[in-house]
Design a protein around this ligand. Structure first.
Ligand code: MLT
Length: 413
């Protein structure tokens, strides 16, 4: 038996697992300290009442022979697909057919699994920094080549997103077959305008490339930036969209999302829609009935109102972090259309050094920017998904430790 040797090319631990391990070790060594976690983008508010009510009702249905359900339809029950089609697309003037929507256990799985339908020879382009799953899953699949001394994988096209280019990736110089885009962006927290997205759609159409568009954070958009790539003309011919209920409705533990694969997506004379349908029917057995009813409830009038309130709660946290740290002297990005704040670490420190310093001096856990890619070096990401009071407390601690140092003119390590 031979193993998949691609796994030997990858970092041995997933970024968020490494961060969580460091937090556990610190806490074990300092049991008296209260550590505040602003690292992984995991929600903290409970599911909204409309969702809970729907889940209770669905559980009761499962307790009766007449209403019990066995295997769900592979791609989702009609009731949830109808709700998605109407609310996320038709009501926004986007024409997506029900059989172009595939319900799943979340965007992370889909994002990893979608590679099953592409050749291993495709040239993949990712932003740098980036949500690690895009890179890691392509390494596992054998698309990355080896890691060079510069820390970059030889067959991956990296698109640096830096303060100099406004954190917007530039079009790749060599042809990219598959392009991962995420807006509002994780980890930086900026989003793309319609004009900026159009540049990518035009590129993909001209170059016969496929865009994998992750819009897991669309609920955080506060301006007129597109929530869906299909708001851009021509996108149905070149883009797959990944959506998640995790951040929209607190489903990180419930697990549910969906992927849109338009039938117009045709490469080498083959439509991708039936390929993905075939892949899912074989390797995925559908989302539980209770979860699908929970997801449906997000689209009810009450559900929409209640989830909006929860998003507003996190948006307030984002503002607290952004404003507080800016006041302390940090240069901050994101927050406006996103639950993430991306900040420059003090001069002379690496991302991991600042991570350690922050944990040691403030008992606050962030995510080091370099964990998201080489261009993330020198930054740290904080999330707004925490408890409001604890977020204020974290910001106060950071201000009292680092704010003073800024006042005396630049950081001292
Ligand atoms: C993050 O912190 O980047 C996200 O929570 C990770 C995820 O959604 O899987």
């Amino acid at each position: 038996m031979k193993i998949n040797e691609n796994f030997l090319k990858i970092e041995s631990s997933y970024l968020f697992s490494t961060v969580a391990k460091k937090q556990r070790e610190y806490q074990a060594a300092h049991p008296d300290k209260e550590v505040i976690r602003l690292s992984i983008g995991d929600v903290t508010k409970p599911l909204v009442p409309a969702v809970i009510e729907a889940m209770h009702k669905a559980v009761d249905e499962m307790a009766n022979e007449e209403s019990f359900r066995g295997y769900p339809p592979e791609y989702g029950y009609d009731f949830i697909l109808d709700a998605i089609q109407k609310n996320d697309y038709a009501d926004r003037g986007i024409d997506i057919a029900k059989d172009e929507i595939f319900l799943s256990d979340g965007a992370k799985s889909d994002c990893g699994n979608i590679g099953d339908i592409f050749s291993v020879d495709n040239k993949v382009a990712i932003c740098d920094p980036v949500y690690p799953v895009y890179l890691d899953t392509n390494i596992m699949a054998g698309r990355s080549g080896d890691k060079g001394d510069n820390g970059l994988y030889e067959n991956i096209i990296y698109m640096p997103c830096t303060a100099e280019n406004g954190f917007m990736p530039e079009l790749p110089k060599e042809k990219a077959d598959v392009i991962y885009l995420c807006f509002p962006n994780n980890p930086i927290g900026v989003t793309a305008s319609k004009e900026q997205l159009k540049v990518w759609v035009d590129y993909a159409l001209e170059n016969n490339s496929l865009i994998l568009f992750d819009s897991a954070y669309e609920a955080f958009i506060t301006d007129d930036s597109p929530k869906s790539i299909y708001e851009i003309e021509g996108a149905k011919k070149c883009a797959i969209e990944l959506r998640s209920f995790s951040k929209t409705a607190g489903f990180t533990g419930v697990r549910c999302g969906y992927t849109v694969v338009p039938k117009e997506l045709v490469f080498d004379g083959t439509s991708l829609n039936p390929l993905w349908a075939r892949r899912q029917a074989t390797k995925f057995n559908g989302v539980s009935y209770v979860t699908q009813r929970a997801a449906e409830a997000i689209y009810s009038e009450e559900g929409k109102k209640q989830t909006k309130e929860v998003i507003a709660y996190y948006q307030r946290n984002a503002k607290v972090i952004f404003d507080g740290l800016t006041e302390a002297g940090f240069t901050c990005y994101g927050a406006k259309n996103s639950p993430y704040v991306w900040l420059s670490v003090p001069e002379g420190m690496t991302s991991w050094e600042f991570f350690d310093d922050l944990l040691e001096k403030c008992q606050v856990v962030g995510t080091p920017g370099s964990g998201f890619g080489p261009s993330g070096e020198g930054y740290l990401r904080l999330t707004a998904f925490g408890n409001y009071e604890k977020t204020i407390e974290a910001v106060d601690r950071i201000k009292s430790v680092y704010g003073k140092q800024f006042k005396i003119g630049g950081f001292v390590k």
